[in-house]
Ligand binder design. Structure first.
Ligand code: CS2
Length: 473
């Protein structure tokens, strides 16, 4: 692409005066979610001290694209009928954590950093979804327990906090913005487990006193940016922007009001601060993300390239409604005043937005990390109350078919999953259910669930997803 590039010169909005937030995981989601809330909060308060320093974790690409643009980028908001570009300038600095991991530790220990936010995806926590424990057999975690500059997220946090404790940089709040149940408590526990494994008893006491880990529910659909998106941004704005992102108009942020130090006034930008976020997180994970995963796996089986195409097929939307109405709603402790089925309908309407082009392949990624919070928790609660979670079983079986039929599976447990394949469909289902890092043994052994998953897996293999759905609905 040629043409003038977006930068501080071409974008009128002011750069934040200083940095107050360090963000780990500078991807599209952060750029279209927390950065936008932070920018709006700064604008509403007339206080531009909450600039963000973003850290890229796995490659320096995002940092390299943002640097020549003075960290500015466009968010192209795509509604079903109209698209609206806006330039965001909340980001003030970028650090390439892949090239310079020591710089991440230094950043987290800076006195001006009062809040550390994270969007590192489920697998970035390097924990076992079934137990919530840090994976101490992970070679990168083991390496971070030595004195090298840390490369895992939990290692970076612990070493950063250790440096903070040493330099007296003061209290800080760590805000997980990933799709994990009880994400604050989960991260707090992983940090503690790393501290224990590293034998840092004094640090444990310092963290208890000076650090908070509030839970959050974050929501905005932000598909991976494509070359077509960048071209459209240029057409609409007249400026070349290599770091643009595309998002739906909707955005929501529910944050537990538990901070160790100052924070941006995010409530001025529409975030909701509450005492207990867990009902909101459970609602979103078990309705929105669960339906997303169902549509991804069933959609791929039915050759739908995007979530919008998948949800437009009545059989697939019907599967989501079956899951939400018959299995999630009866057991979910939803936030007061929220009707789970109505919420489900609003989610399906968002998925139907044809302008987003969110691919089924993208949502299908990392299934081993997503099944637990999205589907299996509902299954366990249904079984405990004597139910038969057959829609969850369909989602799990559809994921298994995806594992069995995808040549290059994009999943941190791809090797383990591939080893479980072979033999009859019943053998495969049984071996996949035996992967204890995904399925807790009590669930995998439960006769109702086991039978339902195994039967559905065989039916999907023999008759295909459409025939199975047509029979159920
Ligand atoms: C999606 C989420 O990729 C996925 O697994 O389910 O990224 C989803 O788009 C967001 O959580 C929406 O807030």
């Amino acid at each position: 692409m040629s043409g003038e590039r977006l930068s501080a010169r071409t974008a009128p909005s002011a750069t934040p005066e200083s940095v107050g937030i360090a963000h780990l995981g500078l991807g599209a989601f952060h750029k279209a979610h927390q950065a936008v809330f932070t920018e709006d909060a700064m604008l509403a308060a007339g206080d531009r001290r909450w600039g963000i320093c973003g850290v890229t974790q796995r490659s320096g690409r995002a940092a390299a694209l943002l640097a020549p643009q003075d960290c500015r980028y466009t968010v192209l908001e795509r509604g079903p009928d109209a698209a609206e570009p806006r330039v965001v300038s909340a980001l003030r600095e970028v650090v390439d954590g892949s090239a310079d991991p020591a710089a991440v530790v230094e950043l987290l220990a800076r006195e001006d950093i009062r809040v550390i936010t994270l969007t590192v995806t489920e697998k970035g926590y390097r924990h076992d979804p079934a137990t919530g424990d840090l994976n101490l057999a992970d070679p990168e975690v083991l390496a971070d327990l030595t004195e090298r500059p840390p490369r895992t997220v939990v290692g970076q946090l612990v070493r950063g906090l250790q440096r903070r404790a040493g330099t007296g940089a003061g209290p800080v709040t760590v805000v997980s913005c990933d799709n994990l149940p009880a994400n604050g408590r989960t991260l707090r526990r992983l940090v503690q487990q790393f501290i224990d494994a590293a034998g840092l008893a004094e640090l444990a006491a310092w963290v208890s006193e000076h650090v908070r880990f509030p839970a959050t529910m974050v929501d905005r659909i932000v598909p991976a940016t494509t070359a077509d998106d960048l071209a459209e941004v240029q057409t609409r704005t007249g400026l070349r922007d290599e770091a643009a992102v595309v998002a739906e108009p909707f955005r929501q942020w529910v944050v537990e009001d538990d901070f160790a130090a100052a924070r941006p006034p995010w409530e001025l930008a529409g975030a909701v601060l509450v005492a207990d976020v867990e009902p909101w997180e459970a609602l979103k994970l078990r309705v929105l993300n669960a339906s997303h995963s169902m549509l991804a796996y069933l959609g791929l089986a039915c050759r739908h390239a995007t979530i919008a195409e998948a949800v437009a097929e009545p059989l697939l939307a019907g599967a989501c409604r079956g899951l939400i109405g018959s299995e999630v709603a009866p057991v979910l402790a939803a936030p007061s005043g929220v009707d789970v089925r109505d919420y489900g309908e609003s989610v399906l309407a968002r998925f139907a937005n044809p302008a987003l082009r969110h691919t089924t392949a993208q949502v299908a990624k990392d299934g081993s990390q997503k099944l637990g919070p999205r589907l299996l928790d509902t299954a366990s609660e249904q079984l405990a109350s004597g139910g038969d979670p057959s829609w969850v079983a369909l989602g799990v079986a559809a994921w298994m078919r995806h594992v069995a039929t995808t040549e290059t599976l994009d999943d941190p447990l791809a090797g383990v999953l591939r080893d479980a394949l072979g033999g009859t469909p019943a053998d495969e289902a049984s071996r996949l259910l035996g992967v204890e890092r995904i399925f807790a043994p009590e669930l995998a052994r439960h006769p109702v669930f086991r039978d339902s998953v195994t039967t559905t897996y065989r039916q999907l293999a023999e008759r295909g997803a459409r025939a199975v759905l047509a029979e159920r609905l």
